[in-house]
Design a protein around this ligand. Structure first.
Ligand code: HEC
Length: 151
C-alpha cells in the first residue's frame, strides 16, 4: 500500500514539475505546408518553397500564401504579432493593425525593410532580409497586404 502511494505521489510530482512541450501552436502555424505535403504528389517551386495550396473555392491569394508561409510564424496569421514565437522576441514584431505605425511609414519603407531586413534599417535583426527569396512583385503584394490591415 505504501509502495502504491509512493508511485502515485512520484508520478504526480513528475507531471506537476515537468514543463510539457506543447506542439499545437507550432503545428497550427504551418497549415499550408502541412496541407500541401499531405496531399497528392507535389513539387517544390523553383525557389525551393512549398507551393501555395491549390484548392477549388476558398483559395488564398498569392500574397496571403506567401505571408502564411514566410511571415506568419513571427507576425501572426492576421498580422497581429500574436504568434507563439513572439513571446521570446525583443523587440516584438509590429502589429500591422496599429494605425499610428501605418500613418508613420510609407510603402517604400515597408518594402525596404522586407527586402533588406531589420538590421540594415536600424530595426531588430530578428526581422530577416527577404530580397533574395522573393520577387519585387511579391514584396509589392506583401506591402499591399500589410497596408490593408491598417484600414
Ligand atoms: C523570424 C521572425 C520574423 C519573420 C519570419 C518575419 N519578420 Fe518581419 N519583423 C520581425 C521583427 C522582430 C520585427 C520588428 C523589428 C523592430 O521593430 O525592431 C519585424 C518587423 C517587420 C516590419 C516593420 C518595420 C517597421 O517599420 O516597424 C515589416 C513591414 C515586416 N517585419 C514584414 C515582414 C514580412 C512581409 C515578412 C515575410 C516575408 C516578415 N516580416 C517575416 C520578425 C520577423
Amino acid at each position: 500500500m505504501k509502495k502504491l502511494f509512493l508511485v502515485f505521489a512520484g508520478s504526480f510530482i513528475m507531471t506537476a514539475c515537468m514543463d510539457q512541450y506543447n506542439p499545437l501552436p507550432y503545428w497550427k502555424q504551418f497549415t499550408t505546408e502541412r496541407q500541401v505535403t499531405s496531399e497528392k504528389h507535389f513539387a517544390l517551386t523553383e525557389k525551393g518553397e512549398v507551393p501555395p495550396r491549390e484548392v477549388s473555392g476558398g483559395d488564398v491569394d498569392p500574397a496571403t500564401a506567401k505571408f502564411n508561409s514566410l511571415c506568419s510564424a513571427c507576425h501572426g496569421a492576421e498580422g497581429n504579432a500574436d504568434s507563439p514565437a513572439v513571446a521570446s522576441m525583443n523587440p516584438k514584431p509590429r502589429n500591422f493593425h496599429d494605425k499610428t505605425w501605418q500613418a508613420k511609414v510609407d510603402d517604400a519603407h515597408i518594402a525596404k525593410v522586407i527586402k533588406e531586413g531589420g538590421a540594415a534599417n536600424g530595426l531588430s535583426g530578428t526581422m530577416p532580409p527577404w530580397g533574395a527569396v522573393i520577387s519585387d512583385e511579391d514584396v509589392k503584394a506583401l506591402v499591399a497586404k500589410i497596408r490593408a490591415w491598417g484600414k
